[in-house]
Design a protein around this ligand. Structure first.
Ligand SMILES: C[S@@+](CC[C@H](N)C(=O)[O-])C[C@H]1O[C@@H](n2cnc3c(N)ncnc32)[C@H](O)[C@@H]1O
Length: 359
């Protein structure tokens, strides 16, 4: 077992089985042995690849979306340009470069990043060059002020709780330790149905449902900032538009799925995002939501095909092939286009943000 596995086993011996959420939070964020605290996991040589690492087009279009929203807000100077879980800083760097198209946008932007990984903070600093950047541990720590925020594959990394329906009601799935290995078991106590989405409380026996207080808390904190100070946010992630049953917890190492209990701290752990729950959390805080729409629809509305065409004009044949492959990967229904969804959270419903036209 890994050092983190031994640590988790010791915690379970002392305190009993732990909810999946505590296992996930520890595996990803433990200060000494956590997955995100000990490595840069992105890219072809890492464990997974994300949209901004596939192509500059992704960050550029999002930068233009932010610039348009800034203008719609009345071009406040200064304003907070925030990113949650910025990875290597690639998306923000591409967004700021594209944002130069709108005079005043870059100068007015104060960049604030929410990031737990010290290693990725270093990568972000180098991606953003001499730009002044402020880092925070939590969304709730972002400063007051008009805010435009982006989050790509941030919410899927926040811990989830899982419940399974038995004959007598819902039981929480826990991580225990047996015969020298971590294992999954069900808490014998019955869970009151109140915290579970109303639409799935009548699911059949054996069904698994996931909820994430960590995600709804982060979303509520973000929406509160937007409602209090004005602004908007763009949330991009893989998941479903409506709450549904299913076990979506997955572990990934070197671009392959692995057993999530096998090597805690060495594999990325994620679960699909329930956009219905996220949207409800934002609306409860008084914000308005648009979407979710599919990534295909969002990027097409923002003009990704035209941007690819412009880039290809000055590209070599090999570069043009790479651009076409990236366009396909980002927008094809069988690639990232359908599974990935985009939702916007706004302080008001004055106007519909770009990318969310009803098509
Ligand atoms: C899957 S990566 C996405 C990176 C980037 N947005 C991209 O698209 O390339 C998740 C990011 O969220 C950060 N992260 C994960 N859990 C976090 C938490 N609880 N608080 C703050 N940042 C977190 C990770 O360190 C990483 O930067």
């Amino acid at each position: 077992m890994t050092k983190l596995g031994d640590h988790l086993a010791a915690c379970i011996r002392l305190d009993g089985p732990m909810p999946v959420s505590r296992f996930m939070a520890t595996a990803l964020g433990h200060p000494q042995w956590g997955y995100y605290t000990t490595r840069d996991p992105l890219g072809r040589t890492g464990d997974f690849i994300t949209a901004p690492e596939i192509s500059q087009m992704f960050g550029e279009l999002i930068g233009l979306w932010c610039a348009e929203r800034w203008q719609a807000l009345g071009a406040p100077n200064p304003f907070i340009l925030a990113e949650l879980g910025p990875g290597r800083g690639t998306l923000m760097a591409d967004a700021l470069r594209a944002g130069r198209a709108l005079p005043g946008f870059n100068q007015a932007a104060q960049v604030h990043l929410v990031e737990i990984s010290p290693i990725l903070r270093t990568a972000q600093k180098s991606a953003l060059g001499n730009r002044l950047v402020n880092w925070h541990d939590r969304v709730a720590d972002l400063p007051p002020g008009p805010t435009i925020a982006i989050a790509n594959e941030f919410f899927d990394a926040l811990p989830i709780r899982q419940f399974q329906r038995g004959e007598d009601g819902w039981h929480e799935r826990m991580v225990g330790h047996r015969d020298g290995r971590l294992c999954l078991l069900l808490d014998p106590g019955i869970t009151p149905t109140a915290p579970l989405p109303a639409t799935i409380q009548q699911a059949p026996g054996g069904a698994i449902v996931e909820i994430s207080p960590a995600r709804t808390n982060a979303m509520a904190a973000l929406a509160q900032i937007l409602v209090n100070h004005g602004g908007g946010a763009l949330i991009i992630d893989y998941g479903h538009g409506e709450s549904a049953v299913g076990d979506t917890l997955q572990a990934m190492q070197a671009h392959e799925f692995v057993d999530f209990l096998e090597a805690p701290g060495l594999a990325d752990l994620t679960a699909h995002v329930d956009f219905q729950a996220l949207g409800e959390a934002a609306r409860r805080a008084g914000a308005w939501t648009f979407g979710p729409v599919t990534q295909t629809s969002f990027l097409n509305q923002l003009g990704i095909a035209a941007r690819a065409g412009v880039l290809q004009q000055s590209a070599t044949e090999a570069q043009a092939r790479t651009i076409r492959a990236a366009l396909h990967r980002l927008t094809d229904q069988d690639q990232m286009g359908q599974l990935f969804k985009v939702m916007s959270v706004m302080a008001s419903d004055d106007d519909r943000p770009p990318g969310f036209a009803e098509v």
